[in-house]
Design a binder for this molecule. Structure first.
Ligand SMILES: NC(=O)c1ccc[n+]([C@@H]2O[C@H](COP(=O)([O-])OP(=O)(O)OC[C@H]3O[C@@H](n4cnc5c(N)ncnc54)[C@H](OP(=O)(O)O)[C@@H]3O)[C@@H](O)[C@H]2O)c1
Length: 373
């Protein structure tokens, strides 16, 4: 097993709770009224998201009450989970998502002006946060509470949406805990050039000593994986036959599969696994735009599961919520040691959130897709 040693936790202030206040009644002490922009879900997505499904609205931010602080978004994340998860909520909510934001006004000494937080505040430019309120409002998707960013020196705070945030922890825990990798084994990753996939491959290669094969959707992505990140092989799933390419890249078979995409790609990989192989099912992006009542069909997987005695386990990263700071800390350490490289695909302008989101779903990103306000 690839053993990871942990160091002192760097994250503090994790007990903070978000509250997107709806009351607009109190008198603002500040002279200038802050205008916030936010994207409202007008209509649940059907198939590929359409611009008309979301609506950009503007509203006044109310004056702060004692204990509250006001943040302004600097970087927002666009992630695949948003596509299936938002369907669980009623139309009319603020589009879900996380952001790095700066405190621009405060009536809480623990959250001084100038500090940055990361939080699930939704697609909005300005948010009032009340750390004392124990429940989130209905337009806030907050499975992780906002917290003040620790000092990471010259590194961009946007990394807390990617390599030092939820995707980084997904790679860290989802790979190490479920694949239980051993030095010398062979790993295949689908969705390999994205935020999670590119991260998993580097932990596997540079920390655990595995042979790493990535599957991604363009020659440019494959070249990046091999030339820049040190993957042993990369397969463009849009070109040629994946089964044949994989047999060449892994002639003795596959020990671990980190699955970001599901569907036909995954069925092909599963049929090339070695006995007692382990499969970490992280995502299924090939099906996210599909109607839940008529999901795409793919090759039956039970024969290879049985005859190769495979172990397949799905996970949600919040399973390891109590260990989040461990993952952040290890990922930061590996960045500093040069074992973990990252790339961001940045879209400029809050108004372009939708384009960044759909672009990411369609594979326009290399590494983490983010929006800079
Ligand atoms: N379980 C968890 O807790 C957890 C947490 C975070 C993320 N995830 C999952 O992990 C996966 C990757 O997330 P991420 O944030 O790192 O996103 P990402 O990989 O940075 O971006 C999504 C990528 O998916 C690929 N893709 C889109 N449609 C595809 C299809 N039909 N077949 C194959 N690939 C397709 C595209 O790359 P190509 O150009 O290669 O097609 C696109 O760039 C997603 O499935 C996500 O839901 C799970």
């Amino acid at each position: 097993m690839c053993t990871i040693i942990t160091f002192n936790h760097i994250l503090r202030n994790r007990g903070v709770i978000i509250f997107a206040r709806k009351s607009f009644s109190t008198v603002r002490e500040q002279v200038k009224m802050v205008k916030a922009k936010r994207f409202v879900v007008q209509k649940h997505f059907q198939g590929e998201p359409k611009t008309t499904d979301l609506k950009l609205v503007q509203e006044d931010i109310p004056p702060l009450h004692n204990g509250e602080y006001l943040v302004e978004a600097e970087y927002l994340s666009v992630d695949p989970y948003m596509r299936p998860y938002v369907q669980r909520y009623p139309e009319g909510i603020t589009m879900i998502g996380s952001q790095v934001a700066k405190i621009i006004e405060s009536r809480n000494p623990e959250y001084p002006v100038g500090k940055r937080i990361v939080g699930y505040l939704g697609w909005r430019t300005h948010t009032v946060v009340n750390p004392q309120i124990s429940s989130s409002s209905d337009d806030t998707f907050a499975f992780e509470k906002p917290y003040i960013l620790p000092d990471i020196g010259d590194l961009s705070p946007s990394l807390f949406l990617g390599v030092l945030g939820m995707p980084g922890n997904t790679a860290y825990f989802g790979f190490l805990e479920i694949c239980q990798p051993k030095q010398g084994e062979t790993l295949v990753i689908s969705g390999a050039a994205g935020a999670v996939g590119s991260h998993v491959g580097q932990i596997a290669k540079n920390v655990c000593g595995l042979t790493v094969i990535g599957i991604a959707g363009s020659d440019e992505k494959c070249k990046w994986l091999v030339d820049e990140l040190g993957f042993d092989h990369a397969i463009n799933y849009k070109k040629g036959d994946i089964a044949t390419s994989l047999r060449v890249a892994a002639p003795k078979g596959v020990d671990c599969y980190f699955d970001n995409v599901g569907g036909d790609i995954s069925s092909v990989v599963l049929y090339q696994m070695k006995p007692f192989g382990r499969v970490s099912v992280c995502g299924s992006i090939s099906s996210y735009n599909a109607d839940a009542s008529s999901l795409p069909k793919t090759a039956i997987i039970q024969p290879t599961m049985v005859f190769n005695q495979l172990k397949m386990e799905g996970f949600i990263v919040h399973r390891w919520m109590s260990r989040m700071s461990e993952g952040v800390e290890k990922n930061l350490q590996w960045i500093k040691e040069g074992k973990l490289r990252y790339r961001e695909t940045v879209t400029n302008g809050f108004e372009n959130m939708f384009d960044a989101f759909v672009g990411m779903l369609n594979g326009k990103n290399i590494g983490k897709a983010i929006v800079k306000v």
